[in-house]
Design a protein around this ligand. Structure first.
Ligand code: NZQ
Ligand code: ZN
Length: 386
């Protein structure tokens, strides 16, 4: 196990009714709030009205950044920064999923930065100060509610980039699984695939002696395999939604990969798919992952696949190593299919048109992956996924 530091400064209020902590959380930082949300979902569910009532009862003044897109755009971030500056906002409140939270993170940093917000997307080390940010999560997927990452797109240049800063951790996250009862089936599936991918991509690593990280990863994966289909079939099953929600936060806060860190492989490939074709993040991952796995399976990597097959997919350990590995990859693919996730890129409108340039962009940094990949490898994986 390698040396590491681990600090999660986010205060988490998990469970039914935890929105009762919203007012006190905001008022620690001030009275003027920028409320950030996506489309109409929070109005349909009634959450918007609940929040407005809390504001009125507690003398909280609010301004709104509405319409944050799935795969949030830099232009929306710029609008949010302007609203904060014009109204002297004290706190940013993100209500939604990863897109709304990521947009809010970069808004909170952009307000304090003397330059264009895209600079902060390209280089998180420029972030020296932020407005405090609070989250009310409505979908289990990205883990943005308890991590230091943000992913923003500039569709005019086909760039979707991840940035990070220790200042991006939300001050408070309210995680009420009941808010995810209304997440549509396709987003429940893609969210589950996203959570699993955050764990899987780091589970395949080269460090030795990381028993605890490996077993934690396996139990998180088993949680998704068990509860993903339940949430898909019974949207109002609290136990399933609660377990997926907490899995989403733990999958990417670093607890499973501190001490065994490697670069993610499928995520950079997916980000290019979204940048050029604006597809749903978790859908792209579910398509790419089995092909990435097949591509990197060889004598050097098979041992890790055996752990994955036996400990996650309960495959008979007495089988030949490559047989276990192949079955594990097949089971991963079947699981995603069981949640009605597409299995090919063509199904989501991707053609071979931009694959070369996407492969070049995605391969940057993949020399540090579990199994190093070049742009040629990435191109091959894209083609195999078509
Ligand atoms: O916009 P609204 O109307 O709210 O609808 C959203 C949206 O259409 C809907 N939704 C969310 N909660 C709902 C709901 N509909 C009904 N009831 C609810 N309770 O779901 C749709 C998707 O929302 P979005 O926020 O885009 O989903 P997700 O959380 O999957 O976020 C995806 C974004 O996060 C990035 C992805 O690349 C993508 O841009 N990621 C962020 C990461 C991070 N910050 O750590 C890591 C991830 O790997 C990922 O890259
Ligand atoms: Zn992801």
């Amino acid at each position: 196990m390698n040396n590491f530091t681990y600090q999660i400064p986010t205060e988490v209020y998990f469970g039914k009714g935890q929105i009762g902590h919203l007012a006190e959380s905001i008022l620690k930082f001030g009275r003027k709030v920028l409320l950030v949300y996506g489309g109409e979902s929070i109005k349909r569910t009634g959450l918007y009205q609940t929040i407005r009532t809390i504001f009125e009862q507690n003398g909280i003044e609010s301004f709104e950044l509405a319409g944050v897109e799935p795969n949030p755009r830099i232009d929306t971030v710029r609008k949010g920064i302007q609203l904060c500056r014009q109204n002297d906002v004290d706190v940013v409140l993100a209500v939604g999923g990863g897109s709304t939270i990521d947009c809010s993170k970069v808004v909170s940093a952009g307000v304090k930065y003397n330059g264009d917000a895209w600079d902060l997307v390209k280089d998180g080390s420029l972030i020296k100060d932020t407005l405090p940010m609070i989250v009310i999560l409505t979908i289990a997927a990205t883990g943005s509610e308890m991590n230091r990452y943000a992913v923003i797109s500039d569709m005019s240049t086909n760039d979707k980039m991840g940035t990070f800063s220790p200042l991006f951790y939300p001050k408070v996250s309210i995680l009420d699984p009941e808010y995810t009862f209304t997440v549509p089936k396709n987003q429940t599936s893609s969210g589950t695939a996203d959570i699993m991918s955050h764990i899987m991509e780091r589970y395949f690593h080269n460090a030795k002696g990381t028993y605890i990280q490996d077993r934690l990863s396996e139990s998180l994966l088993k949680t998704c395999i068990h509860y993903g289909p339940i949430a898909y079939n019974e949207p109002e099953n609290y136990e399933a939604r609660a377990n997926l929600m907490w899995a989403s936060s733990l999958a990417i806060d670093g607890i499973t990969w501190r001490g065994n860190s490697v670069a993610s492989s499928a995520h950079p490939m997916e980000h290019q798919l979204s940048a050029y074709h604006d597809i749903t993040h978790g859908v792209g991952l579910a398509i790419i992952i089995p092909h990435w796995m097949k591509h990197i399976l060889n004598d050097k990597t098979v041992g890790k696949f055996v752990d994955f097959g036996v400990n996650v997919w309960d495959i008979d350990p007495s089988l030949d190593s490559f047989e276990i590995a192949s079955k594990a990859i097949e089971k991963s693919k079947e699981f995603f299919a069981s949640l009605d996730l597409p299995a090919t890129l063509r199904e989501v409108g991707v053609t071979d048109k931009y694959l070369d340039v996407m492969a070049e962009k995605a391969a940057v940094g993949l020399e540090n992956a579990f199994y190093p990949l070049t742009s040629k490898d990435v191109l091959a994986i894209y083609k195999e996924s078509l």
